[in-house]
Design a protein around this ligand. Structure first.
Ligand SMILES: NC(=O)CCC(=O)C(=O)O
Length: 269
């Protein structure tokens, strides 16, 4: 049976270390995303949209228990009756600073949070951030979905775990820089094909210090086709998916029935 979900993917620039500026930008983009002709069901934005990779000052800049983010976005979700997968923010809590996604439903309820499980050493994350310790499953308008953050997509086991627990859509906020566009597109497509699920990925754009972020946010279907893809510009990318395709692909090539987990689990540890 057909079930359509419409997305607005906010591919924005982020000013490193300037939480007020980034919050302002996000609020403007959110208003734009819900003011068009097509009202999205879900809005998603990039990784660490509040602070960028201001890692040396992250302890001072991080949102204490995610309070400001939760207040702002819960209010917006409720006011506009929209689901939000709130990119990720630097969140300060007991034990340190985490790279955390908060997700809200149409009533503005916080439905789940997910902190990045794999910290990316090439960008020094492991020196300043703590890794999460749970999977990110959520339900949006009755659709089971999962959340990963950026570098997490290099770990196929994680997306597979979410798929095995029922996820049919995978949300991926990111700050993925040049020159690894081919990795980005290939890994996202692989996660979609191997798990026969939709992938909705939001990358930032713009330049921060030595790093240039290429955007190319995209939505990929369970057959591995890219439905919509942005360029490098600041934009809101709109996409629409039909969940019926997940069941169609899964019944055409029934990989979940054909799996032989007894072999993988003893070999891969
Ligand atoms: N912010 C990140 O996790 C970046 C991951 C990345 O660039 C990669 O190549 O992996």
């Amino acid at each position: 049976m057909s079930q359509i979900l419409k997305f607005a993917i906010i591919q924005m620039n982020i000013k490193v270390g300037d939480v007020a500026h980034n919050t302002n930008t996000l609020q403007t983009k959110l208003m734009e995303a819900v003011s068009g002709e097509v009202k999205p069901d879900v809005v998603i934005f990039p990784e660490m949209w509040n602070t960028g990779y201001a890692l040396t000052e992250i302890d001072q800049l991080a949102d204490e228990n995610g309070q400001q983010t939760i207040e702002l976005l819960s209010r917006f979700a409720k006011q506009h009756q929209i689901n939000i997968v709130a990119g990720s923010v630097a969140q300060k809590k007991e034990g340190g600073v985490y790279n955390t996604i908060f997700a809200f439903d149409r009533e503005g309820q916080l439905i789940n949070d997910y902190s990045k499980l794999h910290l990316f050493r090439l960008m020094d994350e492991e020196k300043y951030l703590q890794a999460g310790d749970k999977l990110g499953l959520l339900e949006i308008d009755g659709v089971q979905a999962g959340m990963l953050i950026c570098y997490d997509i290099r770990f196929p086991e994680l997306a597979r775990s979410l798929a095995l627990q029922g996820a049919r859509v995978l949300f991926v906020p990111a700050q993925w820089p040049k020159p690894r566009l081919q990795h980005w597109r290939t890994l996202l497509t692989a996660r979609a094909i191997e798990n026969q699920m939709y992938v909705v990925a939001c990358n930032r754009m713009g330049v921060s210090g030595e790093s240039e972020f290429f955007g190319h946010s995209m939505v990929i279907d369970p057959w591995g086709e890219i439905i919509v893809e942005a360029g490098e510009e600041e934009t809101i990318l709109y996409g629409e998916i039909d969940l019926a395709l997940v069941e169609k692909v899964r019944s055409t090539i029934p990989i979940f029935e054909d799996r032989r987990p007894s072999f993988y689990e003893t070999v891969i540890k």
